[in-house]
Design a protein around this ligand. Sequence first.
Ligand SMILES: NC(=O)CC[C@H](N)C(=O)O
Length: 285
Amino acid sequence: MCGIVGLHLREPSLEPRLGELLTAMLGQVVERGPDSAGVAVYGDPRLSPPGRIVVSLLGTSKAEVEAALPGVRAYDADATTVAHTDAASVAAALPGARVIGTGEGFAVLKGTGNPAALAESFGLAGVSGWQGVGHTRMATESAVTPEGAHPFSVGPGQCLVHNGSFANHATIRRELRAQGIEFDSENDSEVGARFVAHQLERGADPEKALRLLCERFDGFYTLLVSTSDSFAVVRDAIACKPALVAETDAWVAMASEYRALDVLPGIEDARIFEPEPEEVYVWRR
Ligand SMILES: NC(=O)CC[C@H](N)C(=O)O
């Protein structure tokens, strides 16, 4: 199993409600992934003030960050700490902290345990923004740790969540390592995130990066991949894992199950469809 939810807002008046809607969506996929959960939030002014790089961290705390980096503000959200500074400053001052996301207007929060309790300790319901992605994990490929929780964010403003398991992830991990790419976990989904980030860095757009992923990865996957201006969905060749997309003039949403879409305002008028196997769907801001 594993549960995915994502919401890309087109209607700015809904932005103050992003966290409330994402919390309700996540609450509908708790049973699909009771081990851990995580979210990526785009545009919350408290977590990520406009125009500033922020860094999401594991293995530290607000108190440690603020003591080690005078003048830097930080927020604790369960196992995660979001610090209003860049990764280089954190690496120099707090070598034990692990970066799980960085970018402008972008924060990643993750932890282990019941997803509904995690949403509460993230303060998710109070978050605002223009795009959010959430995941509930039932581990298949690596230990249940905050590092193994999704989203995997390995490039600026990028986020990948995965339902399924990649069959050839060890081979692709070796190939990426040979190109100098380093990994933070043993998780198969991290290999997908590193592959996509590598393609984006080489100039591919999200559509091309995900088409290349379909060519290279074997196994089962429904993926939701977002960047600081896009929201994309792709499924494996036999569409083994469930996925539904709903679209209105006010938003685009994706979820593993319909009941997570049913909480959204205007769902009765939405265009709802199941993404086709190996077809890449991309929405842009
Ligand atoms: N159940 C799943 O979909 C698991 C996703 C991924 N393989 C993980 O272990 O994190």
